[in-house]
Ligand binder design. Structure first.
Ligand SMILES: Nc1ncnc2c1ncn2[C@@H]1O[C@H](COP(=O)(O)OP(=O)(O)OP(=O)(O)O)[C@@H](O)[C@H]1O
Ligand SMILES: [Mg+2]
Length: 217
């Protein structure tokens, strides 16, 4: 069974190629880590998987949905329903408190589930901090807000770009523990981009992205 299928994906900026011939699939519940040199296009690839960026050749499909065939609105609706994204730089909204940040994906789906938000805050060890503003949190706490937000709407696909990149090793291990436990609990697939061997070692499969494609690491 396949959750996500990437076939012959290629992208370039003007005449500069980023990657080509990227082909892999992700099974339901599978944890795939993607490694590769800086600048090779890992974040770009992840953004494509989320429907946040466009590509030039090939296709990305989820079940019967061909992402490349969706217009911007349909793609945004698809993303809201099926994808959780943990960005490299958190991307929490500074003027919303912690609970409002976590609730955002539910709000975009027209759902209000305050108890679900509290459950996620507790799950990531941030119980009691819901009313704080992001500027009143540490880096590790912000990263956990990002994880809670990415999972609050129970997406089938979680995409994480260097989620432990800015953390000390102990906090990084804790955040990875949390990310994995939450992903497993939800039965979600996880595609994680990382430079960390420790993080990649925990994956079901590690793929290396190069300019020519993607292959088992
Ligand atoms: N808007 C843009 N215009 C032109 N080139 C771009 C643009 N955005 C990214 N690039 C280039 O595309 C390549 C891939 O960038 P990307 O951010 O995906 O790399 P990465 O593998 O995530 O790197 P890192 O490990 O440093 O995060 C880089 O060489 C970058 O310079
Ligand atoms: Mg990157």
């Amino acid at each position: 069974m396949t959750l996500l299928r990437v076939d012959g994906l290629g992208k370039h900026y003007g005449s500069t190629p980023v990657f080509a011939n990227v082909r892999f699939s992700v099974a339901p519940g599978e944890f795939v880590a993607i490694v590769g040199d800086s600048g090779v296009g890992k974040s770009t690839l992840l953004n494509c998987l989320a429907g946040l960026d466009t590509w030039d050749t090939g296709s990305i499909t989820q079940g019967a949905t061909d992402l490349g065939q969706l217009d911007d609105t349909a793609r945004a609706l698809w993303r809201r329903a099926h994808v959780g994204f943990v960005f490299q730089a958190f991307h929490v909204l500074p003027h919303l408190d912690v609970a409002q940040n976590v609730a955002l994906p539910l709000m975009l789906l027209g759902q209000s589930e305050p108890e679900r938000v509290q459950h996620m805050l507790t799950a990531v060890g941030l119980q009691g901090l819901g009313a704080r503003l992001p500027q009143q949190l540490s880096g590790g706490q912000l990263q956990r807000v990002a994880i809670a937000r990415a999972l609050v709407h129970r997406p089938a696909l979680l995409l994480a770009d260097e989620p432990t990149g800015n953390l000390d090793p102990t906090t990084a291990t804790r955040v990875m523990d949390l990310l994995l436990a939450q992903t497993r609990e939800h039965g979600a697939s996880l595609v994680l981009v990382t430079h960390s061997d420790a993080a990649a070692a925990r994956a079901d499969r590690v793929l290396r992205l190069t300019a020519d494609g993607i292959a088992p690491h």
